[in-house]
Design a protein around this ligand. Structure first.
Ligand code: PLP
Length: 381
């Protein structure tokens, strides 16, 4: 979390029903539309990404509705489990946790569904458990080709404000996120962009809901209010986060993420390790999932990295537990921070007993960062 955001949050908590807070709320709800690339309303709940999943499902759907979901990894699986618990009928496309949701497979499933029992297609833009992305524009085109009226619900928890996402252009119906990734805030909010079609579906959607019900949230958010007690400190922080993203410029934010991600991938390859993502085109710009060689337990490696260098890496989740570790490279991050993390990975892998050529990963990352440095190689003289 940038210091600037911490300082912006370190404020006396003003009356969340007063005029000053209403002005601030309207300003951030308007400002965040640019990040989703939408002219549609964006709403906020005090919650987390899991709450945002629930809000998207219960507001747009009715018990018994079929929802087409994709096993891109642990988070795709959890969203599917939630849908089943809420009385929806997930049509789950199983996959290998190494690739994104395939547009042609989705198209075929939609074409089979002649009675239009499938009411929504739910996909993750970036599967945080695997470091694999899905081409959302391609999913939209596949839905159009199948001429299927299902809503398109997209989880952008670990992609928004890091990777290009176009809510209006790709005709997404609900995009949902939390604050703790690209927005660089502490956790504690669920943030959703909602299309007119999703709002229309909401009018007849029968899933039980009270806290999540869009109707009062839309009504009150439009006036700069909330139907419940919001988290003012996070709204203060969000104002600062939006200012920082605007100052850097979204295209530059995306380019920074892409460059640091590529440096990380080159480092991992130079270390002689395999990435979980099967195709480079589907590799995430926000995190890299790395496979440990057979015979090594990645949970034990993580504990070792934490103990020896206090290096916090992400664990393997679900099917890949104990097999992979994840290097996060999203949000507020620069070259030196990435290189520090990569040096830590090389050192701790070596001391854990994994044979990596010490320094090779760092050299590969440094070379790439120099080659792609603004102004070009050797221009600093
Ligand atoms: N979706 C994705 C892609 C995530 O990465 C996460 C959490 O990391 C979630 C949903 C769930 O969000 P939360 O843990 O904030 O409830």
């Amino acid at each position: 979390m940038p210091d600037r955001i911490m300082r912006a949050m370190d404020m006396p908590i003003i009356d969340h029903r007063g005029p000053e807070f209403a002005r601030l709320t309207r300003r951030v709800l308007d400002g965040i539309k640019t990040i989703f690339k939408t002219a549609n309303p964006v709403i906020i709940y005090p919650s987390s990404g899991t709450g945002a999943w629930e809000a998207s499902l219960v507001n747009a759907l009715s018990p018994g509705d079929h929802v087409l979901m994709y096993e891109t990894g642990q988070f795709g699986t959890l969203w599917k489990n939630m849908a089943a618990k809420l009385g929806l009928v997930p049509v789950f496309i199983e996959s290998d946790w190494r690739t994104g949701a395939k547009a042609d497979v989705i198209e075929a499933k939609l074409r089979e569904d002649k009675e239009h029992k499938i009411k929504a297609v739910c996909v993750l833009h970036n599967e945080t458990s695997t470091g694999v992305v899905t081409d959302i524009a391609a999913i939209r085109r596949a839905m159009d080709r199948a001429d299927h009226p299902a809503l398109l619900l997209v989880d952008v928890v670990s992609s928004l404000a890091c990777t290009d996402f176009r809510f209006d252009e790709w005709r997404v119906d609900v995009a949902l996120t939390g604050p703790q990734k690209g927005l660089m805030l502490p956790p504690g909010m669920a943030i959703l962009a909602v299309s007119p079609r999703a709002r229309e579906a909401n009018l007849s959607a029968k899933c039980g809901r009270y806290f999540w019900d869009w109707a009062p949230v839309f009504e009150r958010n439009a006036r700069g209010e909330f139907p419940y007690t919001p988290a003012p400190a996070l709204i203060f922080g969000l104002k600062e986060s939006l200012a920082m993203l605007e100052e850097e410029g979204l295209p530059n934010v995306f380019a920074r993420h892409a460059r640091l991600a590529e440096a990380c991938r080159r480092a991992v390859t130079a270390m002689g390790l395999r990435m979980l993502a099967k195709n480079i085109k589907e590799s995430s710009n926000t995190l890299t999932a790395v496979c440990l060689p057979d015979g090594f337990d990645s949970d034990a490696y993580l504990a070792h990295a934490q103990k020896t260098l206090e290096l916090p890496l992400g664990p393997g989740l679900g099917d890949v537990k104990g097999k992979i570790f994840r290097i996060g490279h999203l949000g507020s991050l620069n070259e030196l921070e990435l290189l520090g993390a990569l040096a830590g990975v090389e050192m701790t892998l070596t001391s854990f007993g994994v044979a990596v050529p010490l320094g090779a990963g760092l050299a590969a990352a440094e070379t790439y960062l120099l080659q792609t440095a603004p102004g070009g190689l050797g221009q600093g003289r």
